[in-house]
Design a protein around this ligand. Structure first.
Ligand code: FBP
Length: 481
């Protein structure tokens, strides 16, 4: 038997769609423009060299042709499409040196030149290089990173990561500038969590494919629930503090109930609402249902939050509580059972608990993510060619066809603020939470009641790669405007 599945082989041949502007790189360049945002003044002292960097937009015009050697690393949890960022870089003709195991590979100067990206085109995972969560903050780590890029004679370094990884990128860019290094640092927004967003960054890559994978499974579970009619499925979804993944999956599948952490409701209210729904559905002859909850719920519910403060839970190197390891779904089930007893519930409550997270982080990227990542890789290379540093790539109008996408390089410092992490004030990129005014949330608010009693489940099915573009090329629902 062939070692590659037929779909793996077919996917290798997919040619990502790219913006018209990116077709001939000799005919475009980044042009400085007025930034719509200024970083908080408190950051001036920490980022004296990169504090006033302008935003740049990719426009038509003569582009310099030169040979480039660029380092690249994956950072944090995997997200579908990462290999396409590398493919986008390699296809510009740049030499790409990949660091192993995330930022640690940079500090320890471990990696290898990417000679053949072909077997990784449009495939999931970060396995070509591996990834890691090392936080770069000490003078020793920064100095070691500088030594690496000097020894490797890199024109640039591309950090493919989420909020914490791009905080690393900002610190490296500042340090390299401070030491007169010619190596530019450019960030690429990655994370299935969807929380690396701003006015200019519509969504990070990986979110679309991961949510489509979870939505497929949720749809299948809903169909099973409706068929066997005996279980309530409590489905916890990854996403750290923010509930973007849960919201996207709720829009895609119409569960009976989806909790959104950012609504900041009390524990009693949440348990009361779930119990109420179970009682009403029982009266309507339904003893089954589907309930979604974000893994970060625990951070917004005061009673639970107090609980996690008191328990010595492990934190990752960036000071994030490892919410994936907390079994909120089990806790909620127990509390609901108690509440139903109090209410003298006459029906049965049989539950199944699920946690969807790792299943979606390394799937084959959707066409949306394959196109988006390839575009990001090409852009990041151009940003380095044009001498930009301390910036993150941002693609606009993602709901439109890739041909019409716009491209900007935003100063990373503009996304940053000071936050208390592990008891100390640190410069970080703030995690973007679900905004109660965003269109997708307002839509959800308007419709969620009608999903409670009537079963209006949607069944998205698996990600499709071939066929009608309406099915294969759909952008995330959260990008609704
Ligand atoms: P990133 O911010 O690195 O993209 O994290 C993604 C994520 O999958 C979170 O949703 C989750 O809480 C966390 O990683 C799990 O971490 P780990 O991979 O260390 O188990």
């Amino acid at each position: 038997m062939d070692s590659l599945s037929p779909l793996q082989k077919k996917r290798l041949d997919y040619k990502p769609a790219i913006p018209d502007l990116l077709r001939d790189l000799r005919k475009v360049h980044f042009k400085a423009m007025k930034s719509s945002q200024r970083p908080p003044e408190t950051l001036k002292k920490l980022f004296p060299k990169s504090f006033d960097l302008p935003t740049h937009q990719l426009v038509e015009g003569r582009g310099e042709e030169r040979e480039l050697k660029i380092g690249a690393l994956f950072s944090g949890g995997p997200a579908p499409g990462g290999h396409n960022v590398l493919a986008g870089m390699c296809d510009t003709g740049a030499k790409v040196f990949g660091f192993f195991n995330g930022p640690a590979g940079l500090v320890e100067n471990q990696g290898r030149e990417i000679e053949n990206i072909d077997p990784y085109r449009n495939q999931g995972g970060f396995d070509l290089l591996g990834s890691g969560r090392t936080k770069i903050e000490t003078r020793e780590q920064l100095a070691a990173s500088l030594k690496t890029v000097k020894e490797r004679r890199l024109d640039g370094l591309v950090v493919i990561g989420g909020d914490d990884s791009n905080t690393n990128a900002a610190l490296l860019a500042e340090y390299f500038l401070e030491h007169g290094s010619q190596t530019k640092v450019v960030g690429v927004p990655k994370t299935i969590d969807g929380d690396l967003k701003s006015e200019e960054i519509e969504i990070p890559f990986g979110f679309d494919s991961a949510c489509k994978t979870y939505a497929e499974i949720i749809g299948n579970i809903a169909r099973d629930a409706q068929s066997s009619r005996k279980y309530y499925h409590f489905i916890k979804l990854m996403g750290r503090s923010a509930s973007h993944v849960t919201l996207e999956c709720a829009l895609a599948t119409h569960p009976n109930l989806a909790l959104i952490g950012e609504e900041r409701r009390g524990l009693q209210e949440i348990v009361g609402e779930i119990s109420e729904m179970i009682c009403k559905r029982y009266e309507a002859g339904k003893e089954y249902g589907v309930i979604l909850l974000p893994e970060g719920l625990i951070e917004f519910v005061p009673e639970l939050h107090q609980g996690i403060q008191d328990v010595p839970l492990e934190k990752d190197p960036h000071g994030n509580i490892q919410v994936s390891q907390i079994q909120t779904e089990k806790l909620l089930v127990e509390l609901v059972k108690k509440e139903l007893q109090k209410r003298r519930f006459k029906g049965k409550l049989n539950t199944q608990e699920h946690f969807l997270g790792y299943e979606g982080r390394s799937c084959m990227p959707s066409n949306f993510d394959a196109n988006y990542c390839y575009t990001l890789g090409r852009m990041a290379t151009l940003a380095i060619r044009d001498g930009l540093t301390g910036v993150i790539c941002s693609v606009q109008h993602l709901r439109k066809s890739p041909r019409e996408w716009g491209m900007k390089a935003l100063p990373l410092v503009q996304l940053m603020d000071l936050e208390i992490r592990s008891g100390k004030e640190k410069p970080v990129i703030k995690k973007a939470l679900v905004d109660m005014k965003q269109k997708s949330f307002v839509y959800f608010l308007r419709h969620r009641k009608s999903w409670e009693l009537d079963d209006q489940y949607r069944y998205p099915g698996p990600i499709q790669f071939f066929g009608d573009p309406e099915v294969t090329d759909a952008a995330p629902l959260s990008l609704m405007d």
